[in-house]
Design a protein around this ligand. Structure first.
Ligand code: PMT
Length: 399
């Protein structure tokens, strides 16, 4: 059955590329309906999109040509995918803040279909903290971004801000609607997630800020790719990812036991859990009573699970994480070598939108034979998908 694409065109010089995109989508047998903002109509006439899409073009929330429906709700329900291309800083700001004062913003507020956003603007506008904050907010709503490319911009600058080419956007849409590839079919994937809790007494414990989001996203993506996924999770309130076997543990010692138990059969192991490095040397069986003066807790080292896996590694592709606050590259490369890992995913947990508990992350992938690869700010799901793709590419490269 034909898929319905709702193309929202907002005002920028890249509107001409949206015309070419409409044509490509129609040729690929999609149904396309177009909404234009008032500014977009300063660049390209609605007639262009009407002729290319062979559908009415919507430009005003208050023009209701069909009395049987309310146009923006009808369009919102009709769409299988909404794409804003080009997306201006203004429209990104409106969508991030729930404003609904034109046909594009009202429709996108009313849709439950996936919303993709392809920004195009001046490089400094794109980098402005206000725009980046709005992009970050939209990631957290689950919207997907098609990153602008780098190159000559209409304003005369060279940099990041060009609308992605229509061929590439059309290809991403084809991939979205095609059967998911199953490159991990038959592979056992072992993933750890979340924090650990180290008990002090029956009411107190040591832990950290990990929510489990990064590890759960990895498990979900690996399962979508056909993997046979076991997730060993520290305490987390997240729902279990679909099709994933989840084993809950509390302490670093319990995580060690479970990981070592499942390790021999694993093909890929990803250690995204934030495991305690120290635990109280003595766990009190009774609640510690407060007394005058200070209390000193004696801590002892927990076992380093990743280090142990590196020693035992045979067929496994071993991926560690590194949560760093400084000298990211130096620490990540040191972990890669010391722990005999195949890949280290480093995140600077002090960067906005990265690390603990956020819905987004910014990671750099370190491998022995390749230069480091930094991914932009992405939702944890997209980060996970890109990490899985990188692992698959490099497993194939090694075999
Ligand atoms: O869960 P979220 O809220 O989504 O946050 C995600 C995250 C920040 C926890 C995640 O992206 C991340 O960085 N995970 C690793 C956190 C960590 O413990 O980093 P580390 O640099 O201290 O440890 C390095 C590696 O050794 C990690 O793969 C860790 O799992 C492993 N390790 C650490 C200690 C230990 N005793 N055994 C281990 O195996």
């Amino acid at each position: 059955m034909k898929k319905n694409i709702l193309l929202c065109v907002t005002g920028g010089i890249a509107c001409y590329k949206a015309a070419s995109l409409t044509s490509k989508l129609i040729q690929s047998d999609y149904s396309v309906k177009v909404i234009m903002t008032e500014s977009a109509m300063n660049f390209v006439s609605p007639l262009t999109f009407q002729a290319l899409s062979r559908n009415e073009v919507y430009t005003d929330t208050f023009i209701e040509n069909n009395p049987e429906v309310i146009a923006h709700i009808d369009l919102a329900d009709w769409a299988d995918l909404c794409l804003v291309a080009p997306a201006t800083a203004n429209m990104i700001g409106k969508l991030a803040n729930g404003l609904a004062d034109d046909m594009v913003s009202t429709t996108l507020l009313a849709t439950t279909a996936p919303v993709w956003i392809a920004p195009a603007m001046n490089v400094h506008m794109y980098d402005h903290p206000a725009v980046q904050k709005n992009i970050n907010t939209l990631y957290q709503f689950g919207h997907r971004f098609i990153e602008p490319g780098e190159g000559y911009l209409a304003c005369g600058y060279v940099g990041k801000g060009r609308l992605e080419e229509p061929e590439t956007i059309a290809e991403l849409i084809h991939q979205h609607f095609s059967e998911p590839a199953q490159p991990l079919k038959g592979k056992n994937v072992l993933i750890t997630a979340g924090p650990t809790k180290e008990r002090i007494d029956p009411v107190r414990f040591l832990t950290n800020h990990s929510s489990g989001k990064m590890g759960y996203a990895l498990a979900e993506e690996a399962a979508k790719m056909g993997g046979n996924v076991t997730l060993i999770s520290g305490p987390s309130t997240l729902p279990s990812p679909l099709g994933v076997k989840v084993i809950f543990v509390e302490s670093a010692a319990q995580m060690y036991d479970q990981v070592l138990h499942h390790f021999p059969k694993a093909d890929i192991v990803i250690k995204s859990a934030a495991v305690a490095d120290y635990r109280p040397k003595h766990v009190s069986q009774q609640k510690l009573k407060k007394k005058d003066g200070n209390l000193t807790l004696e801590l002892e080292r927990t076992k380093d699970i990743l280090l142990e896996l590196g020693k035992r590694k045979k067929q496994q592709f071993l991926v560690g994480f590194a949560a760093e606050t400084e000298n990211i590259e130096e620490h990540a490369l040191s972990k890669l070598n010391r722990k005999n890992a195949d890949m280290i995913i480093a995140n600077d947990i002090t960067a906005e939108g990265a690390g603990f508990a956020a819905d987004t992350n910014i990671v750099t992938i370190f491998q022995k034979k390749h230069p480091p690869k930094t991914l932009p700010l992405l939702s944890k799901s997209e980060t996970a998908r890109k990490i899985m793709e990188e692992i698959i590419q490099n497993m194939v490269g090694e075999s």
